[in-house]
Every structure is written in structure tokens, then in C-alpha cells.
Write a protein that binds this ligand. Structure first.
Ligand code: COA
Length: 182
């Protein structure tokens, strides 16, 4: 029997953008509402998710959305960006894919969807001849850090992340693609 999980690169239209905005708002809230003030959350959500913003990302040739669906229901997504300079010295000449966002709907966490999206992202990076995949993760997001480490990501730096008025510390994780595992 074929798997009920479908991972696709969604079409760039307003209906998809609205769906991704709702999914992004929902999963970001599920992940971070408990550890931030309602005011900071509201300020961040307003700047990060709207049909117009997600439509612009869908239309950006340097960005790729991966949408995970189970029987037509959106259960997770990843947002990838080509040509990332995250964690690189200015003179470095590497080709890096960045996982800008990777979120699974709360009820589906721990069921293998994160792994499936990560594998698809690594396939895309490899097909694009990238030398590494990079991402930023909040320093206290232990579940995500453990997940990335299992794929061979290692900390290579840090950066600021502004959530509303709160300036937080994100770790930069990198995985070289030679001898890929996971
Ligand atoms: C981080 C996240 C994407 C991982 O996806 P997931 O679907 O829960 O993970 P999976 O079920 O695919 O697990 C994949 C592997 O990671 C392991 N894993 C998952 N959570 C883990 C944890 N908390 N600690 C250690 N390992 C973990 C699983 O055991 C599995 O390994 P295995 O196949 O060898 O058993 C998901 O938990 C999530 O969306 N979290 C909320 C949003 C978030 O924090 N996103 C990251 C922002 S930077």
C-alpha cells in the first residue's frame, strides 16, 4: 500500500499562500506561545504570516516550500532558501541551502514527518550541488536541536532572532553534504 503522506512543492497562488500562512501561524504559535509574551507573539505573527507574505515567498525563485499532507490535510512544511551565507566567513565560497523553517503540526510531532521533510530537503540540496545545509535554531529549543543533531548537524555559530521586542539567541547549525547520512 502506498504511504498516505504526500510531500509536494505547492503551486504559487493565493489559495496556497493562505493555507501556508494559516499553517505557519498555527505551528509557530504551538511551538513558541508558551515561552513568549502574548504581545511579542502577536507582533511577530503579524509580520511573518499573511497571504501576501507567503505568496511573495512562493513566487521567489530562491525560495522553495515543501508541504506535507496526510489525506489532503496539511500536517507540516519546510521553507528552503538557496544561496545562504549563514555561518560563512565573508570571503567563503560555498553553496549552501538554508532550512529557514521546518514545522510539524503539534498532533503529528514524533510520527516521522520531520524526518521525511528533512530527507526531501537534503535531496534537494544534493541535487543542487550544495556543499552544506544550514539553519538557525533557538538556543532553548531542545527537541529541535536533538532532531537536527541526529541528522549530523553541528553548531557553527550564533545569531540574533527578534520575536516582537524580545531579542533571542539562535544557534547556527550546519551539516556538510559529503558522506551524507540520516
Ligand atoms: C523538530 C521537528 C521538526 C521534528 O519533527 P518530528 O516529526 O517530530 O520528528 P520525527 O518524528 O521525524 O523524528 C525523526 C527522528 O528524530 C528523533 N527525535 C524526534 N524528536 C526528538 C527529541 N525530542 N529528542 C531526540 N530525538 C528526537 C526521532 O526519534 C526520530 O529518530 P529515529 O527515526 O531514529 O527514531 C518537530 O518536532 C517540530 O515541528 N517541532 C516544533 C517546531 C520546531 O521546533 N521546529 C524547528 C524550528 S528551528
Amino acid at each position: 500500500m502506498s504511504s498516505p503522506l504526500r510531500i509536494s512543492i505547492p503551486k504559487a497562488n493565493l489559495a496556497t499562500a493562505t493555507r501556508l500562512a494559516d499553517l505557519g501561524r498555527q505551528t509557530f504559535s504551538e511551538t513558541f506561545a508558551a515561552t513568549n509574551t502574548p504581545a511579542d507573539m502577536a507582533a511577530y505573527l503579524a509580520t511573518a504570516y499573511s497571504p501576501e507574505l507567503q505568496l511573495a515567498q512562493l513566487q521567489d525563485p530562491a525560495a522553495t516550500y515543501l508541504l506535507a499532507e496526510m489525506q489532503g490535510q496539511a500536517v507540516g512544511y519546510a521553507l528552503l532558501a538557496q544561496h545562504s551565507t549563514l555561518g560563512l566567513a565573508p570571503e567563503a565560497n560555498a553553496r549552501q541551502l538554508e532550512i529557514k523553517q521546518l514545522y510539524i503540526v503539534e498532533d503529528w510531532i514524533g510520527t516521522g514527518l520531520g524526518k521525511a521533510l528533512m530527507r526531501r530537503a537534503l535531496d534537494i540540496a544534493q541535487a543542487d550541488n550544495c556543499t552544506a545545509v544550514v539553519l538557525g535554531v533557538w538556543e532553548h529549543n531542545e527537541r529541535a536541536k536533538a532532531f537536527y543533531q541526529r541528522f549530523g548537524f553541528r553548531e557553527v555559530g550564533e545569531m540574533e532572532f527578534k520575536l516582537g521586542d524580545d531579542v533571542q539567541r539562535d544557534l547556527i547549525y550546519r551539516k556538510g553534504l559529503a558522506g551524507r547520512a540520516g
